[in-house]
Design a protein around this ligand. Sequence first.
Ligand code: ADP
Length: 233
Amino acid sequence: TEDMLRQSQKMEAVGQLTGGIAHDFNNLLTVIVANVERARRLVDGDERVEKSLSNAMTGAERAATLTDRLLAFSRRQPLQPAVYDLNIIVTESRDLLEQSLGTGIKLSLMLAPHPMLIETDRNQTENALLNLAINARDAMPVGGQLTISTDETQNKILLSVKDTGEGMSAEVIEHVFEPFFTTKAVGHGTGLGLSQVYGFAKQSGGDVTVDSTVGGGTTVSIIFAIAKSLEGL
Ligand code: ADP
């Protein structure tokens, strides 16, 4: 529809803009980091100077994480695709996901009974899964149920992350993929989680969908193309 076209054109424009800024900013960060490192080698001894340089480095590392996420959104982050069974990626992420959820949230996996072959960047896939799980956790402050499922439909492979949390209004849904859009308190959200997932899905030739109602929980699904070859498996 016309609305969807307008939305995708908007995301395209936002992607171009943020990608350009993030790319240049990343180059500047390289200069900053190299010089802080050099200064660190030169100080020898003065604790106050060392402390300042160490703080500068921590700041630069956080800025680098931020630009990475922006580059992922604008699809300027190189992917290293290979063929993987999505079921295996999910299963092997289970421990990490459980740790990130903390107590009070029950995690269930509902995996399709045969291999779900996708051609993708494994790190980015795990990262997307973690982003979605953390959002689900934040939406279930008093606990709940998180279900991660894989399924095959119409020549696509679907990875769904479903929570029983507070859900989203239509207004929030409209903006969730935009970088820096967050409803979380300052210091709790960057508004880059879903942007990163969006960029990754698009760059992988797929898509992301959000199905949510206020009070009714949320399902976020990443759609992948089915891998054609077994190359890399
Ligand atoms: P952040 O988590 O840093 O706010 P995201 O891009 O990951 O950034 O999410 C943007 C916003 O989308 C969140 O602030 C929240 O309002 C909403 N959101 C994302 N996932 C969920 C979810 N599972 N349940 C409810 N709201 C969500």
